[in-house]
Design a protein around this ligand. Structure first.
Ligand code: PGA
Length: 220
């Protein structure tokens, strides 16, 4: 049985009190036995709280950031660097299309972010929009997220996502997991995760409500 990665991308949502409410509604058990790994990628402001909540040794949940500075520590006002992020998280989403669009992140900058993440032991979850998006060296987990599917309720077909995942793995030998992202719901998650080359999902909207997210994890 392959291991499934289920990554929640909270984007720019939730305060600490809302994160507490979310945790109260989350009901997951035996993820290890089911071979599922859940990673919550939260805003920086919530990571210290979530880290203290999930310190419990039986916790099956990992934490991730949604961005990392392309620079090491120093005079970079507003930036959170890899060394700082690693205190609270083990993963980081890099190259999400919303960062490319609204924050004008370029392929060169994303490569620097990947280097910084790897230098501090963070595992990048690198987002691509198709097989042509460049993937920096050292990336092992890729999320295929077609633009037309993000937040639209209009997911890609599992067959197309499977083919994209297969080609990415063929082109980039260092990539060992490809996730699908874009309008994943509890109802459609299994149609993606049952595909041979799809190793999990990146979930935006359906991760914001913990009852819905619990159902999605169950169904994956
Ligand atoms: P969505 O977002 O699940 O709301 O479509 C996915 C993402 O942008 O990571």
């Amino acid at each position: 049985m392959k291991k499934l990665l289920i990554v929640a991308n909270w984007k720019s949502n939730k305060t600490v009190s809302q994160a507490k409410e979310w945790l109260e509604g989350l009901q997951i058990e035996d993820l290890g036995i089911k071979n599922k790994e859940v990673i919550i990628c939260a805003p920086f402001t919530l990571l210290p709280f979530l880290r203290s909540y999930f310190l419990h040794p039986t916790s099956d949940i990992q934490l991730g950031g949604q961005d990392v500075s392309p620079f090491f520590e120093g005079a970079y006002t507003g930036a959170v660097n890899g060394k700082q992020l690693k205190e609270f998280a083990d993963y980081v989403i890099i190259g999400h299309s919303e960062r490319r669009e609204h924050f004008h992140e370029t392929d060169e900058e994303l490569e620097q972010k990947v280097q910084q993440a790897l230098a501090f032991g963070l595992t990048p979850v690198f987002c691509v929009q198709g097989v042509e998006t460049p993937i920096p060296d050292g990336v092992a987990i890729v999320a295929y997220e077609p633009l037309s599917a993000i937040g639209t309720g209009n997911p890609d077909t599992p067959e197309n996502a499977q083919e994209v995942a297969r080609v990415i793995k063929e082109k980039h030998r260092m990539v060992h997991a490809v996730l699908y992202g874009g309008s994943v719901t509890p109802e459609n998650v299994n149609s993606f995760t049952q595909m041979e080359h799809i190793d999990g999902v990146l979930v935006g909207g359906a991760s914001l409500d913990s009852t819905v997210f619990t159902q999605l994890i169950e169904n994956a």
